[in-house]
Design a protein around this ligand. Structure first.
Ligand code: CTP
Length: 416
C-alpha cells in the first residue's frame, strides 16, 4: 500500500464540497494512511462527526477547548507527528487565515504549528476565487511552500458556472502522492510515454485494435510525474483519466501515434513505448459503412504499419529508448532478438499468455533486458511498482553506461 506508515491530517472546512472529503478520506485509508480529521465549526454543519469517525477510525477534532478530547490540547504534538496536512475543501476563509497566521480554532492553530508539507484544495464560489484578496492569500501561501491546487471550472453550488469547484478526488490524491514522494530523481527529465492500443479504421463504425487497456503506460506516466519528470503521454483510446500534470496527446491510429512521437522526440530525454501498436492497418478504409451481405464473404486487405519504436531508436539523439515486448512463451529469446532488431536500450518483456498479468490486469511480471547484456527478472507486482522499477533501471543504466554515440557499438562500463 503506497501510503502505509503515513500519518496524515485531513482538514475539512465549511463548504458544500465537504462531502467529497469523505471520499478522499476513504481513498487515503485504502492506500494505507492513518488519518486524523480536523474540522472547522462550519464544516460540522455540512458533514457530521460520526461520518469522520467511522471512515477514519478516530474521533474528529474540532474544538481547541473541548474538555472531553485529550487530543484537543495536543495540536502541536499532532502537527509534529503528521507527514502532511491536507485541507480539502479549503474555503477562502481558511486560505486567508493561513496566509495571515491567524489561529482562532483547531485547524488554523494546527496549520500554524505544522512543519510538514501542507496541501490545500480550494472550493468556493467563482467570484470569491477570483477576488484579489483570495489571489493574494494563495500567492502568499505558495511563496511559503504550501501546495495550493487550482480549483476546477464547472457548475458551482450557486447554480452558476465558474472556477471554484473542488478538484476531483483523484487529482487531490495524486497531488498527495507527489507531495509524499521523497525521490525527485527525475526532475529535469522529459519523458515521452506511449500508451494504450491503436485503432485502425475499417469503415466509419468499425476498427481493428487489441486488448491493451493503457494501464501500464499510464502507470509509467504517473510514476515519472511523482518523481519530478515532465511527461508527455501519447495515448491511444482508453477509458483511463490522464494523470494530472501530463501533457496529454490523444491519438487513434498508429500513423497518428508515429507523427506525435516524432514531433516530441527532439525535446525528450527518455522514451518509454508501452503502447500496443497495431501491426497492420486496412489498406483502404471505406468512407461509408460496409453493408452486411448474407451471401458473400468479406476480404480486407491489410498493409503493415510503420514500426514506430524502430524509427524513434534510429533518430534517438540523446534520448534513452525503452520498448515493450508482448510475448507468448519464449520470452527471453524473442525479447533479446527484439531488443537487437529494434536498436533500443532497454526492453521490458512480458508473457501476455499468463493469467493475471499483462493486458487489462492491474499486475505485471516482467523481464528487463538491456543492450549491455543485463537481464533482470522482476517478481509479480502492481503496474505502478513495475513502472518504478523500469525508471530505476533506466537511471542506473544511463549512469553506468555513457550514452553511446553509435548505437551499433555500445560503450562498456561497470554495470549496476
Ligand atoms: N511497436 C511500434 N510500432 C509497431 C509495432 C510495435 O512502435 N508498429 C513497439 C511497441 O510499442 C513495443 C514494441 O514495439 O514497445 C514491441 O511490440 P510488440 O507488439 O511486442 O512487437 P512487434 O514489433 O509488433 O513484433 P511481433 O508482433 O512480431 O512480436
Amino acid at each position: 500500500m503506497p501510503l502505509a506508515g503515513k500519518e496524515l491530517i485531513l482538514g475539512v472546512t465549511g463548504s458544500i464540497a465537504a462531502y467529497k472529503a469523505a471520499y478522499l478520506l476513504r481513498e487515503l485509508r485504502r492506500a494505507g494512511a492513518q488519518v486524523t480529521v480536523v474540522t472547522t465549526a462550519h464544516a460540522e454543519r455540512f458533514v457530521g462527526a460520526l461520518t469522520w469517525r467511522t471512515l477514519s477510525g478516530r474521533a474528529a477534532l474540532s474544538d481547541l477547548f473541548d474538555p472531553r478530547s485529550e487530543e484537543a490540547v495536543e495540536h502541536v504534538a499532532l502537527a509534529e507527528r503528521a507527514h502532511a496536512v491536507i485541507v480539502a475543501p479549503a474555503t477562502a476563509n481558511i486560505l486567508a487565515k493561513a496566509a495571515h497566521g491567524l489561529a482562532d480554532d483547531f485547524l488554523s492553530t494546527l496549520l500554524l504549528a505544522a512543519r510538514c508539507p501542507v496541501l490545500m484544495a480550494p472550493a468556493m464560489d467563482g467570484g470569491m476565487w477570483a477576488h484579489p484578496a483570495t489571489a493574494a492569500s494563495v500567492a502568499t501561501l505558495r511563496a511559503r511552500g504550501v501546495t495550493v491546487l487550482e480549483p476546477e471550472a464547472g457548475e458551482l453550488a450557486s447554480g452558476l458556472a465558474g472556477t471554484g469547484r473542488l478538484p476531483e478526488v483523484e487529482a487531490i490524491l495524486e497531488a498527495i502522492h507527489r507531495l509524499l514522494t521523497p525521490a525527485r530523481d527525475l526532475s529535469g527529465e522529459r519523458v515521452l510515454v506511449t500508451s494504450g492500443p491503436t485503432r485502425e479504421p475499417i469503415d466509419p463504425v468499425r476498427y481493428l485494435s487489441n486488448r491493451s487497456s493503457g494501464k501500464m503506460g499510464h502507470a509509467i506516466a504517473t510514476a515519472a510525474l511523482r518523481r519530478g519528470a515532465e511527461v508527455v503521454l501519447i495515448s491511444g483510446p482508453t477509458s483511463l483519466t490522464p494523470p494530472p500534470g501530463a501533457v496529454y496527446v490523444p491519438v487513434q491510429t498508429a500513423e497518428e501515434m508515429r507523427e506525435a512521437a516524432l514531433q516530441q522526440l527532439a525535446s525528450v530525454t527518455i522514451v518509454i513505448k508501452a503502447a500496443a501498436v497495431a501491426d497492420y492497418r486496412v489498406k483502404d478504409p471505406r468512407a461509408s459503412k460496409i453493408k452486411s451481405s448474407k451471401t458473400e464473404g468479406l476480404t480486407l486487405e491489410l498493409v503493415p504499419n510503420p514500426d514506430i519504436l524502430k524509427e524513434l531508436a534510429a533518430r534517438r539523439g540523446r534520448a534513452f529508448i525503452v520498448g515493450f515486448a508482448a510475448e507468448t512463451g519464449e520470452v527471453r529469446a524473442s525479447g533479446a532478438e527484439k531488443l537487437r532488431s529494434k536498436g533500443i536500450d532497454l526492453l521490458v518483456a512480458n508473457d501476455v499468455s499468463q493469467q493475471g498479468i499483462g493486458f487489462e490486469s492491474d499486475d505485471n511480471q516482467v523481464l528487463l533486458l538491456d543492450r549491455w547484456g543485463g537481464a533482470v527478472e522482476l517478481p509479480r507486482m502492481s503496474k505502478l511498482q513495475v513502472a518504478g522499477a523500469i525508471l530505476d533501471r533506466v537511471l542506473a543504466l544511463r549512469a553506468a553506461a555513457a550514452p553511446a554515440p553509435d548505437p551499433a557499438r555500445p560503450h562498456r562500463r561497470p554495470l549496476p
